[in-house]
Design a protein around this ligand. Structure first.
Ligand SMILES: Nc1ncnc2c1ncn2[C@@H]1O[C@H](COP(=O)(O)OP(=O)(O)OP(=O)(O)O)[C@@H](O)[C@H]1O
Length: 234
């Protein structure tokens, strides 16, 4: 469970996040939409405890992310726009390293290969250096790391930007699978189509505020686009 409770973040004169409350239950995929500068990344970074909120509270599985930073880290996985992996290591070696870092235990080779297979990374590719990978392949290793860690909460910042439609679709399926295993997923995106395809809930941010929330099933692609543009021009 991810919870933001009346969270604000002020940077000097700028209120980047303004009194935002939201909740992402286990099994939910919550997509945050909003124009450049709306505050989406800042909200993700607050959950990651990259900086503390000015007011309000953020909780992961009921624990305050600032006061219980170490415990929360164990439950959490993060996939930024560019997944940070060691380029000189293979996908398999990266997974082995980060899975051990995340769980404190060395993972058996069969499990690691199984995870990479499950996220759709071919075995020969898994043995190549990550520096030769496409963005989509790096994202797959990122998801495999999150699954290996048994993350209860998954945060993603524009994960599908720059992915081709097939890779973006595969990525959506992987997110759904992670959610199906009980993970609470919060992701930002500029891609309305991806949001509608992937999310169970959609939120729209504008100038730091969460101005709309809806169940993805309650809107068509067209309605979501109209609603989004209405909010952006309001
Ligand atoms: N560390 C910082 N110091 C000062 N201002 C910041 C900082 N981080 C973000 N901001 C400001 O906060 C506002 C929200 O930025 P944020 O990156 O959260 O927006 P966003 O919705 O993620 O935008 P984008 O879609 O372009 O990624 C912007 O006006 C930005 O300039």
């Amino acid at each position: 469970m991810l919870e933001a409770i009346a969270v604000s973040k002020q940077f000097n004169e700028k209120k980047a996040v303004d009194t935002v409350s939201l909740r992402v239950a286990p099994g939910d995929i919550y997509c945050l939409l909003g124009a450049n500068g709306a505050g989406k990344t800042t909200l993700i970074n607050l959950f990651l405890n990259f900086h503390p909120p000015t007011t309000g509270e953020l909780r992961i599985n009921g624990k305050d992310v600032v006061r219980h930073a170490q415990e929360v880290k164990r439950d959490l996985a993060y996939i930024p726009e560019q997944v940070m992996l060691y380029g000189v290591l293979s996908g398999l070696e990266n997974l082995a390293y980060f899975a051990e870092l995340g769980t404190g235990e060395r993972q058996p080779l069969e499990r690691l290969l199984g995870l990479l297979h499950d996220v759709g990374l071919a075995q020969d590719a898994a043995l190549h250096r990550v520096s030769t990978y496409s963005k989509g392949m790096r994202q797959k290793v990122g998801i495999a790391i999150a699954v290996a860690k048994n993350a209860k909460a998954l945060l993603l910042d524009e994960p599908t930007s720059g992915l081709d439609p097939k890779a973006a679709n595969e990525f959506s399926l992987l997110l759904r699978r992670a959610a199906g295993e009980g993970c609470a997923v919060l992701t930002t995106t500029h891609d309305l189509f991806h949001a509608k395809q992937t999310a169970s809930r959609i939120g729209i941010m504008r100038q730091g505020r969460l101005v709309a929330e809806m169940a993805a099933a309650d809107v068509s692609h067209g309605e979501l686009e109209t609603l989004y543009l209405d909010y952006m021009s309001a």
